[in-house]
Design a protein around this ligand. Structure first.
Ligand code: CA
Length: 251
């Protein structure tokens, strides 16, 4: 584990962000780390999937995994010990919304789709140019920062959706919508953790409580109702999206 500080009279005094690079091939690792540090990013390095987890910390309950000091993860797919897809799946399944860019020698459409389905945000096929990599990183970081909830006074805002926790009120495109208490609680949970993937079981625990006796279809039904109230086209949701095999995420 080592840190490559931005060297060479870095273009910016303030770091643009911290990137965790998980790559076992030394040449690629060094080239990417150098390119990013020259752009002003701080680069953290892990040579395999297992040591990438050294940068994570477990918070709240033991089921939650966060990367408090990492703004973006660049993840190779073919890695010793824990491969990139499994690592990505684990990170998302345990609730971290850190942006992930997958690097892979495999370029087939299937791999790309699988990568995005396990919760990666973008995908780059080797060989790639450093300029393209840097541009993708910049875009991902910008998108992620924009997705962070903006708390204005006592409201949570995401694009055209504003939730007022104290008043139990939600407006969508400047119009107030009527939500049931459960729908409101679900939306509040999503908006407080943008891009975090929630499994049905996690949503049940947080919204209905541990004593809930119904089944997880209840969650799907509530999500459908929320979509009908919020989305422009509920059949092609833009806010509340399905992460196949995992659950749902907002933003
Ligand atoms: Ca590799």
């Amino acid at each position: 584990m080592l840190t490559l500080e931005a060297t060479k009279s870095s273009k910016q005094d303030v770091k643009l962000g911290r990137v965790l690079l998980v790559e076992d091939e030394e040449l690629i690792r060094e080239t990417v780390a150098l390119a990013l540090s020259e752009e002003g990013y701080e680069v953290l390095i892990a040579e395999d999937g297992r040591s990438a987890l050294n940068f994570a910390s477990r918070t709240e309950d033991s089921n939650s995994l966060e990367f408090p000091d990492v703004d973006l993860i660049i993840l190779d797919l073919m890695l010793p010990y824990v491969n990139g897809l499994d690592l990505c799946r684990l990170i998302r399944h345990q609730g971290s919304s850190v942006p992930i860019l997958i690097l892979s020698a495999k370029g087939s459409e299937t791999d790309r789709v699988v990568g995005l389905e396990v919760g990666a945000d973008d995908y780059l096929t080797k060989p790639f140019g450093m300029r393209e990599l840097v541009a993708r990183c910049r875009a991902l970081l910008r998108r992620h920062r924009q997705a962070q909830p903006k708390t204005t006074g006592s409201s949570l805002r995401f694009q055209e959706i504003v939730l007022y926790p104290q008043e139990c009120r939600v407006t969508v495109r400047n119009e107030e919508i009527n939500l049931s208490p459960k729908e409101f609680r679900i939306l509040e949970l999503f908006m407080s953790h943008p891009r975090r993937v929630w499994s049905r079981d996690q949503l049940i625990e947080k919204v209905w409580g541990p004593d809930f006796m119904g089944d997880s279809k209840t969650v799907d039904v509530h999500i459908r109702w929320l979509r009908e109230k919020m989305e422009v086209d509920p059949s092609r949701p833009e806010y509340l999206t399905t992460v196949r095999g995992f659950g749902y995420r907002f933003g």
